[in-house]
Design a protein around this ligand. Structure first.
Ligand code: MN
Length: 319
C-alpha cells in the first residue's frame, strides 16, 4: 500500500499517480487530480464553469463545481466501481480549475466559455465540464462541433431545452434549439432521456419520456441510446434534474417522477459503445441540496464519464 500523503491536488509529481489523501481532508480537486493550467500530457481535462445567471427558477449552480469536487473526494485511489480499474494509471486526468467569467457582464459569457474551451480542446485532451446551469452547454457544443462536426447529443434531462430564442438571450432552456437550428447537433442521431415537461419544438430528436424510462430496463435505455447515435461522434450532457428530486434535490428546476440514480448509473455503465467526444454535468445547485445528495450524484455521474472514456481510450499498458 502506498505511503499516505496529503494534498495530492498540488503535491502530485505525476499526472497518473494515485492520491492517498484522507477522504475528509486535503486539497479538493476533482477526484484529487493535479490542479494545473498546464495542458501538456493531459489525456482528459476536468473544468468548472461556475455560472448560474441563465436559470429560470432557483439559482445556485455557480457553486456546483466546488460541491462536485468536494463530493468527488470519496473516489480515492481504489479501483472505481463498477469499472474495476484505476482510470488514472492509464489516462492522465487533470483538474484545470474554473472558467473565468465576469459576473457583471453576462453577454460576454458565451464567448468567454467558448474561447477557454477551445484552449483546452486545442491540446487534444478530452474535456469533462462541471456546471453551472445548462446554458453553458451551448458554447461547449460550439467548441466541440468545430472539431468533430455535427454531434449526436445524448441529453439526460427533465427538460428538452428546445425553447426558441433570439440568439442573444442568456437562457438555460434554449441551447438545444440553437444547436439544432445551427447544425451543431444532428437531431436524427440525438436523444433525450428522462423528459418530464413539454416544449413547443422537438426538432425530430428522439425522446424517452420519464414514464417510458420508468417502464424500460437500464439495458433497453442504453440500447436505445447506442442505436440512435449510430456511431456518430457524441456529446453527453447530463442535467442532474434528469434524476427524480428524491435523488437530486439540489437543482434549479426540479421535476417529480424521474428515475433513480441507481437506474441511470446502470444506463451510463452500458454506454461503452458510444463515441463520446465531450461531456458535462450541469445544474447541481448546492444551496438547495441536502446532505450532499445531489453533489454526490453529480460527482458519480462525472466519474462514470471518465470511466467510460478510460475503458474506450485507455492507452495500452507499457508492459
Ligand atoms: Mn433540465
Amino acid at each position: 500500500m502506498a505511503e499516505k500523503s496529503i494534498d495530492h491536488a498540488f503535491m502530485a509529481t505525476s499526472l497518473t499517480s494515485s492520491a492517498t489523501d484522507p477522504t475528509f481532508a486535503g486539497a479538493l480537486s476533482f477526484m484529487r487530480r493535479r490542479f494545473t493550467k498546464v495542458l501538456t500530457g493531459a489525456d482528459a481535462v476536468v473544468w468548472g464553469i461556475p455560472f448560474d445567471a441563465a436559470t429560470s427558477n432557483r439559482p445556485g449552480t455557480r457553486f456546483g463545481p466546488q460541491a462536485i469536487r468536494r463530493a468527488s473526494a470519496i473516489f480515492d485511489n481504489d479501483p472505481q466501481y463498477p469499472f474495476n480499474r484505476d482510470f488514472f494509471a492509464e489516462m492522465a486526468v487533470i483538474d484545470y480549475g474554473d472558467c473565468l467569467l465576469d459576473y457583471g457582464n453576462h453577454q460576454e459569457t458565451p464567448a468567454a466559455i467558448e474561447r477557454q474551451a477551445n484552449t483546452i480542446l486545442d491540446s487534444g485532451a478530452f474535456l469533462l465540464t462541471l456546471g453551472g446551469d445548462h446554458y453553458v452547454t451551448w458554447p461547449l457544443l460550439k467548441a466541440h462541433a468545430a472539431r468533430h462536426g455535427p454531434l449526436a447529443l445524448v441529453q439526460f434531462d427533465a427538460h428538452q431545452d428546445t425553447w426558441l430564442d433570439d440568439n442573444q438571450r442568456i437562457d438555460h432552456g434554449s441551447f438545444v434549439a440553437r444547436a439544432a437550428r445551427d447544425g451543431i447537433i444532428d437531431p436524427d442521431r440525438s436523444i433525450q432521456i428522462g423528459i418530464r415537461t413539454h416544449a413547443p419544438e422537438d426538432f425530430g430528436i428522439r425522446i424517452l419520456y420519464g414514464h417510458q424510462v420508468e417502464e424500460m430496463s437500464a439495458a433497453e435505455i442504453a440500447s436505445a441510446i447506442v442505436s440512435n447515435t449510430k456511431d456518430a461522434p457524441a456529446y453527453l450532457t447530463f442535467d442532474i434534474d434528469c434524476l427524480d428530486p428524491a435523488y437530486a434535490p439540489g437543482t434549479g428546476t426540479p421535476v417529480a417522477g424521474g428515475p433513480s440514480s441507481a437506474k441511470i448509473l446502470s444506463v451510463l455503465q452500458r454506454l461503452q459503445q458510444l463515441d463520446i467526444r465531450g461531456a458535462d454535468v450541469v445544474e447541481v445547485s448546492p444551496p438547495y441540496d441536502h446532505a450532499d445528495i445531489t453533489a454526490i450524484a453529480g460527482a458519480t455521474v462525472a466519474m462514470y464519464m471518465l470511466g467510460l472514456r478510460a475503458e474506450r481510450h485507455a492507452r495500452p499498458l507499457s508492459n
